[in-house]
Write a protein that binds this ligand. Structure first.
Ligand SMILES: Nc1ncnc2c1ncn2[C@@H]1O[C@H](COP(=O)(O)OP(=O)(O)O)[C@@H](O)[C@H]1O
Ligand SMILES: [Mg+2]
Length: 458
């Protein structure tokens, strides 16, 4: 349904109930709601007091709720109207040979039960969805301490709720805090969606199984027979179009090959490519948030703000948040905590690992930090190995070249070394950047001190 159709239908409902057509403010509220805007934004656009806009909005939802026979709110308005349209069309299909008429979006539909161009509530109530938002967050981890990340939360919220981005990639090194950030985000915005599901991607699930799981979740409330032979079983995209859904896919790196460049699908996971393509290209009102230290290439390569795709590469925590983490290990008193946080790049998992070692051994952290010592506790090595093992042979060679250098290395110098062909070298640099394994500034490349230390250990 487009905006014009929705406004026309809402106007008919309000007129049927109050004898008055939508006024400018009511229309602005509906228009803003359809565009995913908050009341604050709507109020700004029409230069009106926000609390007054909220009050008029709330009266409007009340009128529409009574007309539709279900609780309509700013969050579910669009979906309610769409469900109503679907129900009225199917109703008409069942009774098309009888008299009576109802005008929907320019089409005159006939029904004996719909006099005065106005549907009685009972007519639609038997096809209604439950009003509560449906959430399956059983695979979502619990949120522990949470520091910093205000701007990242703001960015993601804007992309999802205001810009209606359909496909979001949250990327960054293992342990940087992607999952934690996403949990916080979901807690904050979940009520803006009719369906919210968190899935951890397990490579052993075929796309078919994964889609089946989602469809089962979406259609649960519709009490449908889900057997593959049931002709009424809708394809996944239909649910994403019909409802406003938030689907979080964590650990998407499990879809990609080890030992190859970043984001290459495993043969058995190739089909996910077309799912992500559909989510990007087809019109719908839902959002997929992909979390992982590798992302599909077709997602990360998009930098165009006109596409419904966005990528956020997560960096480390700030100094204050890093100190909070050290405080949890009784290390708040050390003089050069800032140097320690910098050395471990604000990566909360790295910081926790090293703080734990310092605490357990009772080492004097201040003395330890006088020179550039980098401690690599065994659990941190395991974490680094997981990512290192996934890189290709050429990427490993490039990292080893960078590990020997104390300063950032110019691309020209890497090419000069002549050990790797220029095309392989450039591909490897691109892949390593996508994995966040190297830092790039202009044509200068660096490896983080922690990774250098790890690679030197071979
Ligand atoms: N913002 C944060 N505040 C406090 N601790 C955090 C924060 N982000 C992550 N952590 C901690 O760091 C560790 C790694 O976080 P996680 O979200 O699992 O990383 P990722 O998903 O990027 O691998 C976890 O122990 C988590 O509790
Ligand atoms: Mg994670």
């Amino acid at each position: 349904m487009n905006l014009k159709e929705v406004l026309k239908m809402a106007d008919e409902m309000v007129f049927a109930k109050t004898g008055q057509h939508l006024d400018n403010l009511q229309e602005a509220i509906l228009r803003g709601t359809m565009q995913g805007e908050k009341y604050t934004k709507i109020a700004e656009e029409i230069h009106c007091n926000e609390s007054y806009v909220r009050q008029v909005g709330s009266q409007l939802w009340q009128i529409l709720s009574e007309e539709l026979g279900e609780d309509v709110s700013k969050t579910n308005f669009r979906a309610s109207m769409e469900r109503f349209q679907v129900s009225i069309v199917s109703h008409w299909e069942q009774h098309h040979n009888q008299i009576g008429s109802f005008n929907i979006c320019g089409e005159t539909l006939h029904s004996p039960d719909i006099p005065n161009s106005h549907p009685p509530n009972q007519e639609t109530s038997n096809t209604k969805q439950p009003q509560t938002s449906h959430q399956d967050l059983s695979e979502m981890p619990e949120l522990g301490d949470f520091y910093d990340r205000t701007s990242e939360l703001q960015t993601l919220t804007t992309w999802i709720l205001q810009q209606n981005s359909r496909l979001l990639a949250l990327t960054g090194r293992l342990g940087i805090g992607k999952t934690t950030l996403a949990v916080k985000l979901v807690q904050q915005i979940k009520d803006e969606f009719e369906y919210v599901i968190w899935c951890s991607i397990d490579a052993s699930h075929t796309l078919d199984e994964f889609q089946h799981k989602l469809i089962q979740f979406f259609s649960h409330s519709e009490k449908q027979d889900l057997s593959p032979t049931n002709p009424k079983r809708l394809p996944l995209i239909k649910y994403l179009q019909k409802y406003r859904c938030l689907v979080v896919l964590d650990d998407v790196h499990n879809l990609f090959c080890s030992g190859d460049s970043a984001g290459k699908y495993k043969p058995e996971c190739e089909e996910y490519r077309s799912l992500f393509k559909q989510i990007e290209k087809l019109s719908h009102q839902s959002c997929f948030l992909l979390i992982g230290w590798e992302q599909p290439r077709e997602v990360t390569q998009f930098k165009n703000p006109n596409t419904p795709i966005r990528t956020l590469q997560l960096k480390g925590l700030d100094i204050a948040a890093g100190r909070e983490i050290l405080r949890d290990y009784g290390l708040e008193e050390i003089d050069n905590s800032e140097a320690l946080i910098h050395r471990y790049e604000g990566n909360p998992l790295w910081l926790k690992s090293v703080a734990n070692l310092i605490q357990e051994l009772g080492i004097d952290a201040t003395e330890l930090l006088i020179d550039d010592t980098i401690l690599l506790p065994e659990d941190l090595k395991d974490v680094l190995q997981q990512q290192y093992d996934r890189t290709s042979e050429v990427e490993k060679q490039v990292m080893s070249l960078l590990a020997k250098e104390n300063q950032p290395v110019h691309l020209a110098k890497l090419l000069e070394k002549g050990q790797i062909s220029s095309s392989d070298l450039l591909n490897a640099l691109q892949s390593l950047s996508r994995r966040c394994s190297i830092e790039k500034e202009g044509s200068l490349y660096t490896l983080s001190p922690v990774l250098k230390e790890y690679i030197k250990g071979f």
